[in-house]
Design a protein around this ligand. Structure first.
Ligand SMILES: Nc1nc2c(c(=O)[nH]1)N[C@H]1C(S)=C(S)[C@@H](COP(=O)(O)OP(=O)(O)OC[C@H]3O[C@@H](n4cnc5c(=O)[nH]c(N)nc54)[C@H](O)[C@@H]3O)O[C@H]1N2
Ligand SMILES: Nc1nc2c(c(=O)[nH]1)N[C@H]1C(S)=C(S)[C@@H](COP(=O)(O)OP(=O)(O)OC[C@H]3O[C@@H](n4cnc5c(=O)[nH]c(N)nc54)[C@H](O)[C@@H]3O)O[C@H]1N2
Ligand SMILES: [Mo]
Length: 824
């Protein structure tokens, strides 16, 4: 940067000088007020910019600083510095401790976190407990008192326990989080459990069978994948379906690490059906492929690598089984190795050449060859995937086929590598109590269903078995879900698929007899609840989180309430204690402790010791600081490094203790289970491709477009949607390629009807070449709003299918859906 005199000055000294000048001006204009106290009144001064423009420079009142966090974007909990004046948040700042030079590190939250005061003070907030008075779904409620609400719940609780037993209880939450209500249920006999998550159910299976992940600790030697910061030691990077520019856009996460890598000249390739922000911010090259076809692409890449003899024979021999005939487990059928599948001597006798894959995935064969050389000709290639590719009907196999590329090229367990999976690797592996809560104890009910199985279990629970529905912990369910807590879960609008079908199940009061919703705003799930309880926002309670980022900086937020509870909103731990009292269990529930006391115990016992440098403050010190950041950057976590260093001492959790390119466990599943989707559910012991239901192989004249979804950068799922400014900043629209728009007479901004046999939505068109021809898509979790059977709010899940994947029984929420689109 140069100043007017032509002297080069660094950005940092420029910032410093400007700050001094501003402070001097402030003192002059506002009198001798203390700089850091709460004194200054709003001071206005004028500044002239370099271009001669005159701008007002408002310096807001400092107020009291209360640190809090945003709501975690799944993996990144950005710290926010709230300036509170007279008990109200007035403005939000960020961590400013980092070096202001580019390349320096500051935890800068995105537009969502910056809008937090509009979220917590939204006019749409729930204010009082309510009781349903109309039909389920009608949205007719009346205000009741907390006592009345808790009396009704206690009565239904006891009735359900006596009539159906604990297996009929269910907590509908996202993933497997811990909530106080689960602690209470565990004290009254437990509840039907959940495994998997909408985020990464399929990828976890891939990790388990191929790489031998420990499903309890998720340990792959450092989470499911390496941290993104590991990329600094790679020669190049390949990202399959990674929306990090939208899904982890905070200043400290993947975007930052990828940007640093690019600055250092490390080329990055992105594979996605659309050029989203995640890709456009970072890639040197974009490789568009049809949704659900990553395994075809990966297999063809493997074909090129193996035919050219560029696979890492030494690595495969030492660390993997099932690559070729020499390393097959005893008793496995002939010609069934991974190499047989790839080279065309396997079960289908089809060589997986680039020419075979090109029409399937829509990427020209030369580009596939190019990608193969991009990976194989580098000494070290960082291979990873986001969660998009696996959230498909065939997602387990997409995830495995991608990870197999890291295996055959030996890009595992050494600096600069990632084993092709990105899961916990998005985070730093230390426990920050991301969704902090009280310990929930042990669930006496051992049966579990997949997270996508909840509507099935309400509809026909007793028909669900281990072999047909992957019910775990027992052969079958004895009873359907009869009492459900919808707890911080937008199952009815955000997370679940095929919502019109789901509505018919919840409307029937004989199925799930009693539903309680705990939320903060009137979400689209709540009209199906019998009782609604208004919760506190994260920022209104003690909220302890780690700033997990996947980057090289980290810290803990010791969030304190930024404002008093509004209206009759209550901390869920407190009303659960009152409910426990009605069930005769208050003392067992609280053990005499407050929410804050539990936070402290969990921090001292779990989170503090997990900080990598052992230098985290005590809880009291942390509260004093509000936000603690480790002054030392964290070294990258390299997944599976311990295994690669010593495979005998650190075996994987697979039966062989090695990476299994041929999995006998999968062969057993194939031979013993009955599959919901018949022949379309394919299970093979090797990473391989099969066409998903409602994928490229099923495109037809009635529904010719592949429909796909991703994360909106202006929402965290449904959260923040009520903030008008955020909606304007990033309008909800359907991306459609000009090649598909033109014959339909569709232009930018037109209102469209998008439909299939499951439902119809209305949405604005965004005609753009940044999505492949033949594919249309939108961010998920926009508010569902039904008018005459049409969702005019355009929630993606009004259209998505419920064909769950063969093993994890997870719904294919980012894809596996065909639609037609036309002008409304
Ligand atoms: N702003 C924002 N951030 C979020 C969230 C949010 O709601 N909003 N949610 C958080 C949560 S809970 C999660 S789980 C993470 C998810 O984080 P990501 O995994 O990064 O995000 P997704 O949008 O699920 O999928 C990533 C990308 O996969 C692409 N994709 C979909 N199907 C396919 C496919 O078949 N093949 C290929 N190659 N690409 C495909 C999508 O276009 C998208 O760009 O994000 C977290 N961050
Ligand atoms: N089509 C499609 N479907 C998807 C996805 C996709 O990419 N595409 N992504 C999937 C993924 S990865 C996930 S994680 C799920 C997410 O699905 P959800 O977790 O259901 O999504 P949220 O919108 O975060 O829903 C949380 C609900 O909790 C409420 N809430 C917010 N804060 C609080 C609080 O402090 N207390 C209480 N009690 N309630 C609160 C919100 O208002 C909202 O109603 O969606 C999945 N579904
Ligand atoms: Mo998620």
């Amino acid at each position: 940067m140069s100043n007017a005199q032509g002297n080069a000055i660094s950005r940092r000294s420029f910032v410093k000088n400007t700050a001094v000048a501003t402070l001097a001006a402030t003192a002059a204009a506002g009198g001798a007020s203390s700089l850091f106290g709460c004194a200054p009144k709003q001071v206005e001064e004028q500044q002239t910019t370099a271009t001669g423009q005159v701008v007002a420079n408002e310096i807001p009142e400092e107020g009291k600083i209360v640190w809090q966090s945003c709501c975690h974007c799944g993996f990144t909990a950005c710290p926010i510095k709230c300036h509170v004046i007279d008990g109200t948040v007035r403005w939000i700042d960020n961590d400013t401790d980092g070096d202001p030079e580019f390349g320096g590190v500051a935890f800068r939250p995105c537009l969502k976190a910056r809008s937090i005061r509009k979220w917590i003070n939204s006019p749409e907030r729930l204010k009082y407990p309510m009781k349903r008075v109309g039909k389920r779904g009608s949205g007719e409620f009346e205000r009741i008192s907390w006592d009345e609400a808790l009396d009704i719940i206690a009565e239904k609780w006891q009735y359900t326990l006596d009539t159906y037993g604990p297996e009929a209880f269910y907590v509908c939450a996202t993933g497997t989080r811990n909530y106080p209500i689960q602690r209470l249920m565990n004290l009254t006999g437990g509840y039907l459990g959940t495994y998997g998550s909408e985020s990464n159910g399929q990828i976890n299976q891939a990790a388990t069978y191929l790489l031998g992940m420990d499903p309890v600790t998720f340990d792959c030697g450092g989470g499911l994948g390496s941290t993104t910061s590991a990329i600094k030691d790679a020669d190049c990077g390949v990202f399959f379906g990674c929306g990090s520019g939208e899904s982890r856009m905070c200043g400290m996460g993947e975007v930052y690490e990828a940007a640093k890598a690019r600055e250092a000249g490390i080329p990055l390739a992105f594979i996605d059906y659309r050029l989203g922000e995640g890709s456009s911010g970072n890639p040197d090259e974009w490789f568009p492929i049809y949704p659900g076809t990553d395994a075809a692409l990966a297999s063809a890449i493997a074909y090129v690598i193996i035919s050219e003899g560029k696979h890492d024979k030494e690595f495969l021999g030492k660390y993997a089984v099932g690559f070729d005939a020499d390393t097959m487990p005893e008793g496995a059928p002939a010609n069934s190795s991974y190499m047989d599948y790839i080279m065309g001597t396997g079960y289908d006798m089809i060589p997986k050449t680039p020419q075979w894959a090109a029409p399937i995935c829509g990427l020209p064969s030369e580009r596939i060859e190019y990608l193969a050389h991009f990976i194989a000709d580098a000494d070290t290639c960082y291979i990873t995937q986001g969660y998009g590719p696996q959230r498909h009907h065939n997602g387990e196999w997409s995830a495995m086929a991608i990870a197999a590329l890291a295996v055959i090229t030996g890009n595992i367990g050494r600096p600069g590598t990632c084993p092709g999976l990105n899961g916990k690797g998005m985070q730093l592996e230390f426990d920050g109590g991301m969704w902090n809560s009280v310990p929930i104890g042990t669930n006496p009910v051992k049966k579990q269903i997949s997270i996508s199985g909840r509507f099935n279990a309400i509809d026909h629970g007793p028909e669900m078995t281990a072999l047909t529905d992957n019910v775990k912990g027992g052969d079958k369910l004895n009873v359907g879900i009869k009492l459900m807590f919808l707890y911080e879960a937008g199952s009815f609008g955000n997370s679940s698929s095929d919502l019109n079908w789901a509505a018919t199940i919840l409307e029937d009061e004989s199925k799930c007899e009693f539903i309680v919703g705990s939320d903060v705003i009137m979400s689209t799930s709540l009209p199906y609840c019998d009782i609604i309880l208004p919760d506190l926002m994260y920022q209104e309670r003690m909220n302890f989180v780690s700033t997990v980022t996947g980057g090289s900086a980290y810290g803990f937020v010791f969030g304190r309430p930024v404002q008093e509870p509004q209206f009759e909103c209550r901390l869920s731990y407190d009303w659960c204690a009152d409910l426990a009292e009605r069930l005769g269990l208050r003392d067992e529930f609280t053990e005499g402790k407050t929410w804050e006391e539990w936070m402290k115990i969990r921090y001292e016992e779990e989170s503090r010791p997990s900080a990598p440098h052992g230098n985290a403050p005590s809880f009291e010190e942390g509260l004093e600081m509000g936000f603690w950041r480790d002054p030392e950057p964290a070294e990258p976590i390299i997944a599976m490094d311990r295994f690669v260093a010593d495979p005998v001492a650190n075996p994987r959790t697979t039966p062989s203790g090695k990476i299994e390119l041929y999995s006998e466990q999968l062969a057993t599943i194939r031979d013993t289970w009955t599959f919901a989707n018949g022949d379309r559910d394919v299970v093979r012991p090797v990473p391989s491709y099969f066409p998903e239901i409602e994928g490229v192989a099923d495109v037809n004249d009635t529904y010719p477009l592949l429909f796909a979804t991703w994360k909106a950068k202006n929402q965290f799922h449904s959260r923040y949607q009520v903030i008008e400014e955020l909606q304007q900043a990033c309008q909800h629209c359907l991306w459609i390629n000009p090649i598909d728009a033109e014959p339909r007479g569709i232009q930018n901004g037109d209102e469209l009807r998008v439909f299939n046999d499951r439902g119809e939505v209305r949405i604005m068109a965004r005609v753009t070449a940044r999505i492949m021809p033949g594919v249309v898509g939108m961010p998920h979790a926009h508010r569902r709003q039904m008018e005459n059977g049409v969702d005019v709010g355009a929630n993606a899940n009004t259209l998505t299918s419920h064909h769950w994947s063969p093993i994890s029984k997870n719904c294919p929420s980012t894809g596996s859906t065909l639609v037609q689109a036309e002008k409304a």
